[in-house]
Write a protein that binds this ligand. Sequence first.
Ligand SMILES: CC(C)(COP(=O)(O)OP(=O)(O)OC[C@H]1O[C@@H](n2cnc3c(N)ncnc32)[C@H](O)[C@@H]1OP(=O)(O)O)[C@@H](O)C(=O)NCCC(=O)NCCS
Length: 315
Amino acid sequence: MKAVTVRSYHPDDEEAVLGVWNRVLVADRISPATWRAKVLLDPNFDPELCLVAESDGTVVGICYAVVRRVPYFNVAVQPEQAWITALAVDTDQQRRGIGGRLLDTCLDRLRARGCQEISVSPYVPHYFAPGVDIDAYPAGVRFLENYGFSVVSRPVGMSADLEGYVVPSEVRAAAERVRASGIIIRPAEPRDILPTLALIRRHFSWDWWREAQEVFRELFCGHSEAVGMVVARRGDQVIGYAQHRGEHFGPFGVDPSLRGEGIGRVLLAEILVGMNALGYHCAWFLWTGEKAARGVYAACGFQIRRRFAVMKRTL
Ligand SMILES: CC(C)(COP(=O)(O)OP(=O)(O)OC[C@H]1O[C@@H](n2cnc3c(N)ncnc32)[C@H](O)[C@@H]1OP(=O)(O)O)[C@@H](O)C(=O)NCCC(=O)NCCS
């Protein structure tokens, strides 16, 4: 076997790295634009943690780790925490120790920086998948388990076929009940900006705040063809909302004190109908728990398409 070297990312590596990525990570292929936006232009990108394995001048593997050195809204720098958001060895080069060399080098460099814990791969905001897709990459799960990682949660990704989408009768009945209780569900308007962001600040995360901010920007400060938002209002208050960007559905949320009354599924069905009217044939997202998957999402026609293992180990 030819000698393999592991080195830091070089600005000329983009094409070769994306070649390996898109041959191996077939459930998570990306464009050069996504690579630049989520990796190279991330303020936390450090070429020394973006490891490239090279054999005879050819790139054969990549392991990308990231540590937060710039605060993200109210999330402070987290020098003790690291994430691996991508790990791949070219298909004809696997089981030759290359993945192990990449991971060993990565863990050594992280330890030298004082990191104490590493997760695959829920790095906000620039993760590619919540964890390892256990159906697409079963060898990845085994590989990481051999390296002392264990599964800490099992989110699922879902999608719904929107061709001829019909709102289920159970959801139509819920919509009637919600309307009768004085709640209005309709597409977002500019006057919903402040109460929606207030709801998100009270009950959800800054990452969701940023996602809503971006959709509002496109809806009301620029071009709005590809995004949409639906809100549930009671009087002056927004008590729930759902959004999409292209075929990507979410996030969506309902005030915790008003859950279980059908508001979520009405919001969800409303936005699916709107997405289909914009010409989208499918709605998908990558991250929810089993309970929501079997409940609100199943009620609106979503099916589980992907299962992930979020994995973690100490360093
Ligand atoms: C995971 C991955 C990076 C490992 O790279 P690699 O170069 O094959 O790793 P190594 O040769 O150092 O180690 C291989 C070990 O991983 C496990 N493994 C790898 N492929 C396996 C397979 N098909 N079946 C069972 N175990 C496997 C085994 O423990 C194996 O050790 P062994 O060969 O002694 O049995 C590579 O398989 C890969 O790119 N998979 C697809 C992408 C992926 O799963 N990425 C991780 C999540 S993002």
